[in-house]
Write a protein that binds this ligand. Structure first.
Ligand code: M6R
Length: 617
């Protein structure tokens, strides 16, 4: 959660760090700070001033508050520095708890993303030596221990320090005694190094760097980097220098910009046709699905287990239905935070599919490790290239959706669903559980999804009107059956996370077992009616809530006339195969959530209490 960045070169570090933090803000936004090695002022006798050269600026709240402070400090100058935007784990959001943190002697500053699990023990030990701590954070122990270990060799002191840490960290450190040098280290939190000309960078992810460089080194767990303006050296956990490949990023700065949209979320909703194309097209040749990345023998497995968190889990619920239906193999879907502690029954005949946009979600990583430990084969469906989950999995399929910046996922979710559908069709082909005709029809339907998604987006202005009409509901329900129920889960999450309205998703048939008691005159029920095999049943449920005074907004297939007699309002989406319904049906619900949140004045891209990448438990 938290974003970190650093710069060393010939230019002023302040504006570069602030720009990087602005781009990383989606990772956490309750406070921010920067530290630089300032130019030392010479005393009258020509000697250097005493005291540390490290200067810091911190602000509670958004990065914009930090920018205001920076603009009021014209003397905050230096060409090497580090920055941080925080999502609080230890200690309230405050200037004191904001990073960077400084050692008691003021000689070292650190920024950190992750959690130091043994911080209490290290702090207690250092306090015995008389070291005073200023903040409530776990991070401060890193910098205090570093200063304590320092005997003139920066790298040695850092290696000794990180050897004591347990938990997760991506850190950047500067020292008063080593102008122009940044050390970075990583363990289970993301960190990349950006390679420039006469200047180098580090950051939690490429969005912070893409306006400056497209050449990056992916630091791996246990590695340490020494970054100076002209050179980047990487060392393994023993301190031995190692060669690292440079990866070239092929997306441009527009991918990390709003490009004229008011919010990243709206931009990413609108980008879905292109994102779906990017996921689908490279993998279909002559109406056949080709996964060059997959060298799996599907016959080896007698069951599939899908695990993920949040929206990725909702994509997994869709995937469960598609894989089971096409491959005739038992499939379970479970949230990773439960699976990781459940001692699940699985073995080498189990295929586990983990799904994650960021590839860094802590619960998902822990669940996948548990499954691997039990002998399962792990296939990851991930968006961020080179992320931890992508690296840890036995096989990885990238969604290739491009960067997703808004905290609420949209194109991340739809590309996950379509990739699961493609996997299901491919696997059914391998297992021969699908006829050639059905296979070809599914492939053709998948290829039509980008165009159908575009037509669903054409509902934009009508959805906006619906949001105007219904945004007064403080509590609402999403109902559906089968695939529609999976979409209800995602539609409801989308609405609550960005508009803060209470909403619940219910399997339509479950309402009468208790929840219908909450239906009262005026209550909005969003009824998902695209899974036509069970449409009659859902219509009965609509009638039951209508009889109790609810207002019903239905999402149904174009051409479905009967629904108009039942619902107060209908959003009609293009007809698609029942198993592919979620990709299209979710689009008006994403727009609905967006416009309700807009109407209610919410901070859409950065909803309160949330962060894009949940790297803590
Ligand atoms: O990066 P991941 O896909 O692993 O993230 C999982 C969830 O945290 C994520 O889907 C979350 O639920 C979204 N904010 C929902 O929009």
């Amino acid at each position: 959660m938290c974003g970190i960045t650093g710069y060393t070169g010939l230019n002023q570090a302040g504006p570069i760090l602030l720009e990087g933090l602005r781009r990383l803000e989606y990772r956490g936004y309750d406070s921010a700070g920067i530290a630089i090695q300032s130019e030392r002022k010479a005393d009258a006798d020509g000697s250097e001033s005493a005291g540390s050269s490290i200067k810091m600026l911190k602000a509670t709240g958004k990065v914009s508050h930090l920018v205001e402070k920076f603009e009021a400090e014209p003397d905050f100058k230096g060409v090497c520095g580090i920055g941080h935007t925080r999502w609080a784990t230890h200690g309230v959001p405050s200037d004191t708890n904001a990073h960077p943190h400084l050692s008691a002697d003021g000689k070292f500053a650190v920024v950190h993303n992750g959690i130091i699990e043994n911080f209490a023990e290290i702090r207690e030990e250092l306090q015995k030596y008389g070291i005073e701590f200023k903040s409530e954070t776990d991070t401060e122990v890193i910098v205090q221990l570093l200063a304590y270990n320092y005997k003139g060799n920066f790298k040695k002191a850092l290696m000794k320090t990180i050897a004591r840490l347990t938990g997760s960290y991506a850190i950047g450190v500067i020292s008063d005694e080593h102008p122009g040098t940044i050390f970075a280290a990583k363990q289970a939190s993301p960190l990349i190094i950006g390679i420039g000309i006469g200047e180098n960078y580090f950051a939690s992810d490429i969005t912070a760097l893409v306006s400056n460089t497209k050449n990056v080194i992916d630091l791996d767990d246990g590695e340490v980097a020494e970054i100076t303006p002209d050179e980047v050296k990487v060392f393994d956990h023993t301190g031995k220098e190692i060669e690292k490949p440079i990866r070239h990023i092929n997306w441009d700065i527009a991918s990390a910009e709003k490009s004229g949209y008011d919010h990243f979320m709206l931009k990413e909703i609108m980008e879905q046709p292109q994102a779906l194309k990017a996921t689908i097209e490279p993998r279909i040749k002559d109406e056949e699905i080709i996964f060059e990345e997959l060298n799996i023998d599907m016959k080896k497995f007698n069951r599939v287990h899908i695990t993920a968190c949040g929206s990725a889990y909702h994509a997994g619920c869709v995937g469960r239905g598609i894989i089971e239906s096409l491959c005739k193999i038992p499939v379970e879907a479970e949230v990773a935070s439960e699976l990781r502690y459940r001692d699940p029954v699985m073995d080498e005949k189990t295929l586990v599919i983990v799904i994650s946009q960021s590839g860094e979600t802590a619960d998902t990583i822990a669940a996948m490790k548990e499954c691997k430990y039990k002998g399962a084969t792990v296939l990851a469906i991930v968006n961020v290239v080179g992320s931890s989950i992508a690296k840890l999995a036995d096989y990885c399929l990238y969604t290739w959706a491009g960067p997703e910046i808004a905290v609420a996922t949209t194109k991340g979710y739809t590309t996950q669903v379509v990739l699961l559908a493609m996997f299901a069709v491919w696997a059914a082909g391998e297992l021969k559980t699908i006829s050639h005709g059905a296979y070809t029809t599914m492939v053709k339907d998948i290829m039509r999804l980008p165009e159908r998604a575009q037509r669903a987006l054409d509902l934009n202005s009508r959805v906006k009107k619906m949001a105007d009409k219904y945004n007064d509901n403080q509590s609402l329900f999403f109902i559906g059956r089968n695939m529609d129920y999976a979409v209800a889960l995602e539609g409801s999450l989308k609405l609550k996370e960005i508009s803060y309205l209470h909403s619940e998703a219910y399997a339509a048939g479950e309402l009468k077992h208790g929840t219908i008691a909450l239906i009262e005159p005026g209550r909005l029920v969003v009824a998902l009616c695209c899974y036509e095999k069970l449409l009659d049943k859902t219509i009965s449920n609509i009638q039951q809530v209508k009889a109790r005074g609810a207002r019903v907004l239905a999402v149904a297939h174009e051409g479905n006339r009967s629904i108009f007699a039942e619902a107060d309002d209908v959003l009609s989406v293009p007809v698609t195969d029942p198993l592919l319904v979620p990709v299209i049906e979710i689009i008006p619900l994403q727009l609905f959530a967006y416009y309700v949140a807009l109407k209610n004045g919410c901070d859409i891209d950065k909803p309160k209490n949330l962060a894009k990448s949940v790297t803590v438990e």
